[in-house]
Design a protein around this ligand. Structure first.
Ligand code: ATP
Ligand code: MG
Ligand code: MG
Ligand code: MG
Length: 574
């Protein structure tokens, strides 16, 4: 590829609204452009990388025996009503009507569609097990899209779904997917970690997440320094505490809206232990705030508890909140009580203002957190309002605790969730009556697994792990180009032009993806662009070296430079 015929689109300035390095570099290197909140166009350089990730994922899925399909992105509401998720999902599920006023959704995931396909297509145990996958655009109306393609609304996912008649068979495929995922992330050249994951409301089943380790990661993972034990923090936290810590103490805030219930009232009303309520809500609040503001809230937290989300949470614990006569505070009441500015809080629900004082220093200011991303007051000045608080105080696990496996101590790290595999069991198949005739000729519901990879998120995650002050330094497997040819002042020298053209021809013929910088630019501009875009190998052609029929080679990652014979370049790079 010649830069003169390519869309280089690099930017010198760091875009102001990009918070993390991968987002900044993807914009600066001309990989993506924002179209709307959480929606991006992939420019040629970005798309080259995305396709490489996609192909590695596809290759490993095929090797593991999965079959590729392509399902529609638009899905009829009936399927979601059948599975029960039409009611369960919140606004993350984008719903709309067609011209006949029929309800549809933009697929955030495809369990319903695949289960519908399989129940129609597969009728006998002889056709099982089967593992079907696709690489498809997903749409999730994320409350806080951010970090570019890292948490987008429209993004590319590889999702696979396997169907079985026995738990044994499910476990075999699950194991094969676990291995395929390990192969994928190894081939991508990423530092990753599979961890046990919380199965949440789905309950019971086994699940693992694959995390790329990075300080900017939105998730926390823990692992033993002496064994293979590794889990996401939610999973580890669900275990009984290994170390006794003082329970969170709580006092009810004096500022309360007329309709708000105090923790004590809610406790009586719902017959739930007050400490338990506070702890549950605070973990959510801290998580939501840590995700959305980078700094965890400290010390004082007042919770704006929105009805339906907490209903789900508490229902999962079998608490009778659904049946309770709770009333809701209005937005105006909450604003008046907290002094927050209009528009700064999410949908309004029951408010439970609480002060939790871990440091014995009761702070005078009022800070409002929430149990869900975005459901919190913004504009809070953490340094002014909040001090001496450790997120870990609200958890059962902190760094240095004994590992639940009995060996070693726990280490806490930040991770980016790039893959998630799950033994679903019969949840969808039972709800949608997806069964086959078994060996005895009887109708039997299938058991399922599902396996997701965040293909577009991987591109951002790879940059979080592979960059320096000059730009991106791609792992070879996913670099947009392998070799850059940088001829100095080519337009003034026939000799340089000839050498560059010859090298371009030879390298291309040898199968390299070459970016030939034939622009009329100063060498400094060309070097900077090739480093920013992250081409791993640079060949610099200059007059002085050419006197001896030599060129300079520079390794993008190490910065190491050597002089090579012009005629030996292809052989050296192979
Ligand atoms: P998260 O916890 O980050 O919201 P998730 O658990 O909701 O992710 P899954 O339903 O497990 O996501 O989807 C499978 C994979 O899709 C995730 O592991 C992640 O890599 C990717 N993914 C999920 N949401 C997004 C998003 N908004 N933007 C980009 N990739 C995403
Ligand atoms: Mg999510
Ligand atoms: Mg997740
Ligand atoms: Mg997940």
């Amino acid at each position: 590829m010649r830069t003169s015929q390519y869309l280089v689109s690099t930017l010198k300035e760091t875009p102001a609204d990009a918070e993390i390095i991968s987002h900044q570099l993807m914009l600066r290197a001309g990989m993506i452009r924002r179209e709307a909140s959480g929606m991006y166009t992939w420019l040629p350089t970005g798309l080259r990388v995305l396709r490489k990730v996609e192909n590695i994922v596809r290759d490993e899925m095929n090797k593991a025996g999965a079959l590729e399909v392509l399902m529609p992105m638009v899905q009829p509401a009936e399927l979601w009503q059948e599975s029960g998720r039409w009611e369960q999902m919140d606004a993350e599920l984008l719903r709309f009507k067609d011209r006949h006023q029929r309800d549809f959704v933009l697929g955030p995931t495809h369990e319903e569609v695949i289960t519908d396909l399989v129940r129609k297509e597969i009728s006998s145990y002889k056709q099982l097990p089967i593992n079907l996958y696709q690489i498809q655009t997903k749409f999730r109306d994320e409350r806080r899209p951010r970090f570019g393609v890292m948490r987008a609304r429209e993004f590319l996912m590889k999702d696979a779904y396997s169907f079985h008649l026995s738990q044994d068979s499910l476990e075999q495929t699950y194991q094969a997917m676990y291995q395929a995922y390990s192969n994928i992330f190894t081939r991508l050249g990423l530092d990753f970690r599979p961890v046990l994951a919380d199965t949440g409301a789905i309950g019971g089943a086994v699940s693992h997440e694959f995390h790329v380790l990075a300080a900017s990661g939105e998730d926390a993972i823990v692992f033993s320094d002496q064994s293979d034990y590794a889990a996401n923090i939610e999973k580890a936290d669900a275990l009984p505490p290994a170390v006794a810590r003082p329970a969170a103490t709580a006092a009810v805030a004096e500022v309360a809206t007329p309709n708000a219930k105090t923790i004590a009232e809610v406790s009586t009303l719902l017959n739930i232990d007050a400490t338990q309520i506070i702890k549950t809500l605070l973990v959510h609040a801290v998580k939501a705030n840590a995700k959305s503001d980078d700094k965890a809230p400290q010390g004082l937290v007042a919770l704006v508890l929105r009805g339906d989300h907490e209903l789900n949470e508490i229902k999962a614990d079998k608490h009778p909140l659904l049946a309770s006569p709770l009333t809701f505070a209005t937005e105006a009441e909450i604003l008046a009580a907290t002094g927050a500015s209009a528009g700064s809080i999410g949908p309004v629900g029951l408010t439970i203002p609480v002060i939790v004082d871990h440091s014995a220093a009761v702070l005078a200011n009022f800070v409002t957190g929430a149990n869900k991303d975005g459901f919190h007051l913004t504009g809070v000045n953490f340094d002014r309002d909040i001090q001496n608080y450790q997120t870990a105080d609200l958890r059962n696990v902190v760094e240095g605790d004994p590992s639940p496996c009995g060996k070693g101590k726990l280490v806490v790290k930040r991770g980016i969730e790039v893959g998630h595999i799950f033994q679903l069991g019969e949840k969808y198949a039972a709800a949608m009556k997806a069964g086959v005739l078994n060996e005895e000729g009887k109708h039997q519901i299938m058991t399922m697994g599902c396996y997701g990879v965040g293909v577009s998120r991987i591109v951002a995650a790879a940059i979080e792990q592979n960059h320096d002050q000059y730009g991106i330094s791609w792992p070879d497997a996913i670099a947009p180009f392998q070799v850059a040819i940088v001829p100095m002042n080519m337009h003034k020298s026939v000799r340089i032009q000839e050498a560059a053209e010859q090298l371009y021809k030879e390298l291309t013929a040898a199968g390299f993806e070459v970016l030939f910088d034939d622009r009329k630019e100063r060498p400094g501009v060309m070097f900077a662009d090739m480093e920013l875009v992250g081409v791993p190998h640079h060949i610099i052609i200059g007059e002085r070296n050419l006197d001896e029929r030599k060129v300079e080679y520079k390794n993008r990652r190490t910065g190491e430079k050597t002089v090579l014979d012009l005629d030996a370049v292809v052989a050296e790079l192979q």
